[in-house]
Ligand binder design. Structure first.
Ligand code: HXC
Length: 257
């Protein structure tokens, strides 16, 4: 296999990336960063894939950046190699990504889940940004994405205290889209990803771009961006098929163009 720290598999139109460092609770070292972003980019480029799933194990999605690796790092090296900056490649993936989270999603693990488009969690999931307890702070978006996901009050609480929040609290506060029993979280995530992947791919990609604008642009800019995107989608064969299928009372058969 080309990868050491992850398992990669295509199931139908779903590209599945499984973090696989069980002894380290899937701690995110440099190698994991390179492999996850590489595998995700490959699925992004694969026309047979419509949606990605990133998951870990039942015990841990990921317990954060690899503290043993970080313990040796110095500031200049971190700066010169842009330590953690490589994770930004994941945000350039244009297809939807579902995070299937069970167990610990801490520090970089919580941040990785938040870089995905939606989180489906098992009822055992625990989220947190414990970096402050190590004398550091979040480094791949925790201080920015968490506040957008759960609001200032809870994000500040979590980041300043480093405490963990359980799946129910995460769902209540808007971090997590769905919580399902531990035994079902992968099936639920795969079923969801399959349903997404069956949609028209250009529409999915345009939709992901639009949802992304909500964080980046003013409302007026975002609305205009969305309108231009829907106008362009009238060019696809898929939208003709989708509308014809509705009128003919049958399921659409998208060809993804
Ligand atoms: C390296 C880790 C690790 C990590 C766990 N392990 N988390 N190794 N980096 N982040 C290793 C442990 O050292 C141990 O290895 C094995 O995984 C099992 O962990 P235990 O601690 O024995 O398990 P448990 O008692 O169940 O506790 C689970 C835990 C705890 C609560 C998740 O492991 C923990 O607090 N981990 C650190 C969480 C954290 O601080 N994350 C933020 C990292 S900073 P051995 O060899 O002893 O068996 C960060 C910065 C982000 O993420 C910046 C951008 C990426």
């Amino acid at each position: 296999a080309p990868y050491d720290t992850i398992l990669v598999e295509r199931r139908g139109r779903v590209g599945l990336v499984t973090l696989n460092r069980p002894k380290a609770l899937n701690a995110l070292n440099r190698r994991v960063m390179h492999e996850v972003t590489h595998a995700a980019a490959a699925f992004d480029a694969d026309p047979e894939v419509g949606c990605l799933v990133i998951t870990g194990s039942e015990r841990a999605f990921a317990a954060g950046a690899d503290i043993k690796e970080m313990a040796e790092a110095d500031a200049i090296a971190m700066y010169m190699e842009d330590g953690f900056g490589g994770w930004m490649a994941l945000t350039r993936v244009r297809k939807p990504i579902v995070a299937a989270v069970s167990g610990f999603a801490l520090g970089g693990g919580c941040e990785l889940a938040m870089m995905c488009d939606m989180i489906i969690a098992s009822d055992t999931a625990k989220f947190g940004q414990p970096e402050i307890k190590l004398g550091i702070i979040p480094g791949i978006g925790g201080s920015q994405r968490l506040i957008r996901a759960v609001g200032k009050a809870k994000a500040t609480d979590l980041c300043l205290t480093g405490r963990m929040m359980d799946a129910q609290e995460a769902e209540r506060s808007g971090l997590v889209a769905r919580v399902v029993p531990a035994g079902d979280f992968m099936a639920e995530a795969m079923k969801t990803a399959e349903a997404i992947a069956a949609m028209s791919l250009p529409a999915l990609m345009a939709l992901k771009e639009c949802l992304g604008r909500a964080d980046e642009a003013s409302l007026a800019e975002g609305l205009l961006f969305e309108r231009r995107a829907i106008q362009a989608l009238f060019a696809t064969a898929d939208r003709r098929e989708g509308m014809a299928a509705f009128v003919e009372k049958r399921a659409p058969n998208f060809t993804h163009r």
